[in-house]
Design a binder for this molecule. Sequence first.
Ligand code: C2E
Ligand code: MG
Ligand code: MG
Ligand code: MG
Length: 292
Amino acid sequence: ERSLAQAKRRRSEQDRADAEPTPVAALARELDRALERDELLLMYQPKVHARRHEISSVEALVRWQHPERGMVLPGEFIAAAEEAQRIDGLTLWTIRRALRDQMTLRAAGWDLRIFINISGQLLSNVHFVETVCAIVEDTPDAKLGFEVTETSVIRDPECAITNLNRFDAIGVRISIDDYGAGLSSLAYLKQLPARELKIDKLFITHLTSSNRDPLIVRSTIDLAHALDMEVVAEGVETGATLALLTVMGCDTVQGFFISRPIALDALIDFLRHDDTQRATRESRVSVMRLAN
Ligand code: C2E
Ligand code: MG
Ligand code: MG
Ligand code: MG
């Protein structure tokens, strides 16, 4: 009797699904179409060395140029893409596009590592991991980094650590994103092959007006350095924040004060204005001013 009731319920769920697609199913179809029609695009946000003011790398951030809704930010579709099992295709697209843009940058004279955000569920997706390794190994001079959150490692730590080690072994730099905002476990931090730690903007936005944030940031920088990791502060919006982070020994900064995420051609313009290769101290400072 019970199984009959279950079957009935299943059937009525199925009827509903046929009648009107669930939001997730609809989004899955929309994302497939978006990939076919090339509606996704990448913006790049520079990561800048705090003292030398050189651009050390860039982070790729995806956007969806939607035919009706206009520019859609990742906050509105990444979680749904994960739920709809479309995050692997989306991320492979992102990696391929980033590698293509890296060649364009190189042809224009800049050899920059490009960081990609990787969802936690992909760290246990064998097909994804194999495909990424094949792409990277087939691309001479691929210089990538993957930003992962600690929370994403905690789902299946053993598997995540194994795959992060594989990425590290083929030259992909691992960065811990949003550090301090999720489930921070020092036990995992110790085991990850991460070369970089990004302090969440939660601790950076009010750095110069808060009593506690500077203490947290300072000790996080010291911890990361003790573990031989480079420290990035995200969400740097003012010169005062940049100055304080520099005094605290933070290696790299990223945020609207330096540059918003920008399209590839705007990035090339930004780099052209950046004279750091032969720069005097003054022109380096001007790179920072360019942002305002
Ligand atoms: P995230 O990786 O932590 O990226 C930082 C976010 O903060 C970006 O938002 C960036 O535009 C924004 N941001 C940068 N500087 C500042 C600042 O100075 N102040 C403030 N208030 N915000 C700043 P965005 O581009 O909307 O991306 C949001 C999140 O979406 C990212 O957080 C990342 O987790 C995810 N994401 C973006 N692209 C991808 C992707 O290709 N794949 C996956 N799986 N996730 C992505
Ligand atoms: Mg990131
Ligand atoms: Mg972040
Ligand atoms: Mg974030």
